[in-house]
Design a protein around this ligand. Structure first.
Ligand SMILES: Nc1nc2c(c(=O)[nH]1)N[C@H]1C(S)=C(S)[C@@H](COP(=O)(O)O)O[C@H]1N2
Ligand SMILES: [Mo]
Length: 409
């Protein structure tokens, strides 16, 4: 379904309205009186529906995840505002389905190189001092390489979502069990049928890792790891093990399937990168994007930028195929390891062009072009690539059609 922007009569052009008649400004500045279809309808005298224990969205709202083959669903980035992803639209990635876990029977074991191996119930975890933070989770495979021109932001980058997570910091739990000085890695194991396991450096645990039992103020959703998931802010989604059942401390990584046969990145000359945990800076313009179609005039270019290394410090926009770059405005609060919304006001004159965005983070890392990325890492292999974050953008045709930009160099 394609929508046209800007709409022919918009709020800005509405000068006055009274008694069902509105005065609007015509294309050449003249004032026109029209029957006012832009005014709200009269308040009804018929009482509306009653209060309910759990709310639903308006039946007119259609934003939805796109389900790909049952094990993946993507967030409709183009339909969201602000920076929080509603839990019901958080992307999903599970290797063997969503297990049904009764929180009454939930137990977490921490053992290995610790003074006091311990099991924690959910209620015990909730008794520890709580911590809350907003951050994104992004799958490291968040870019279909063979995307065609009719690709939406959701298809291009819908494997990233953001929540406010609440739980207990891993440092607190590791103090409780008394991790030994030699313990430098730990295994995180899920209780799903995939028994997802990853080795994580203890340094990350002591830095900012947490066990999350709440998402956007409510219990973590089943798809996101109910009742408890590991949360490693800024690191590839795969390491945030869901339905967490066990953590084992060790003095070395465990070399699990998910870090040997998968989640490694081929580099040039047959070398493979392992334990590439941190997500690099990336940005995406979510409006305008396929499938909207534009009319010449003022347009607010909107999108999201994020980096696993800390704060986004800038987003540059080019509206001329990458020749000139101008800074976009960033929406506060700008949080570390979090989706940051950007906006850029642009007057489209009707000529075909490409609009592009590139993110800059606090370490000075600038989102690379595809050529720069491939010069450093080699071309991606297979239909998906991990940690593949080149500059992307949108091609705007003379008739206002918006398509994925073929290759913004
Ligand atoms: N136990 C378990 N944890 C898991 C997975 C899984 O299949 N099983 N998938 C991982 C992958 S690949 C990603 S990208 C994130 C996705 O988190 P989400 O589904 O909450 O978006 O969870 C990770 N944690
Ligand atoms: Mo993933």
């Amino acid at each position: 379904m394609s929508k046209t922007y800007p709409p022919s009569i918009n709020r800005r052009q509405l000068l006055a309205a009274a008694g069902g008649v509105a005065v609007v400004q015509g294309a050449s500045g003249e004032q026109i009186q029209v029957a006012d279809s832009t005014m709200p309808t009269d308040p009804t005298k018929i009482p509306g529906s009653p209060a309910t224990p759990v709310g639903d969205r308006s039946p007119f709202e259609k934003a939805s995840r796109r389900v790909l083959g049952g094990a993946i669903s993507t967030t409709p980035l183009q339909d969201l505002h602000g920076s929080i992803t509603p839990a019901s639209l958080h992307f999903e990635r599970h290797h063997a389905g969503i297990p049904a876990i009764d929180p009454q029977n939930y137990e977490l074991l921490i053992h290995g190189m610790v003074e006091r191996p311990m099991k924690f119930s959910l209620a015990e975890l909730k008794r520890f001092p709580a911590t809350t933070r907003i951050c994104f989770i992004e799958c490291s495979g968040n870019l279909p390489i063979r995307a065609n021109a009719k690709t939406t932001p959701q298809s291009l980058a819908g494997l990233t979502s953001q929540s406010e997570w609440t739980g207990v910091s891993l440092a607190t739990l590791f103090r409780e069990v008394g991790i030994r000085p030699q313990a430098s890695w730990f295994l995180a194991e899920g209780s799903d049928a995939a028994v997802m396991t990853r080795s994580i450096p203890v340094a990350k645990a002591l830095d900012d890792a947490m066990l999350a039992y709440a998402q956007n103020g409510a219990a973590v959703r089943p798809a996101q790891g109910y009742p408890v998931r590991l949360l490693l802010p800024g690191w590839e989604g795969n390491t945030s093990v869901k339905w967490l059942r066990r953590m084992e401390l060790s003095d070395r990584p465990f070399q699990t399937r998910e870090e040997t046969s998968k989640y490694t990145d081929p580099l040039k000359d047959g070398i493979v990168r392992q334990f590439s945990f941190v997500m690099d800076a990336r940005s995406i313009i979510t409006f305008p994007a396929y499938p909207v179609s534009l009319e010449p005039g003022w347009i607010e270019i909107r999108g999201l930028a994020w980096t696993g290394r800390g704060h986004i410090t800038g987003v540059d926009i080019s509206t001329d195929n990458g020749n000139i770059w101008q800074p976009a405005a960033l929406q506060a609060p700008i949080l570390p390891k979090a989706h940051t919304r950007f906006r850029y006001l642009w007057k489209w004159d009707g000529s075909p062009t490409q609009i592009l965005s590139r993110a800059l983070d606090e370490t000075g890392y600038l989102q690379p072009t595809r050529k720069q990325l491939e010069a450093a890492r080699g071309a991606p292999q297979g239909p998906f690539a991990y940690h593949y974050n080149p500059i992307t953008g949108w091609q705007i045709e003379a008739d206002g059609t918006v398509l994925l930009a073929p290759d913004p160099g």
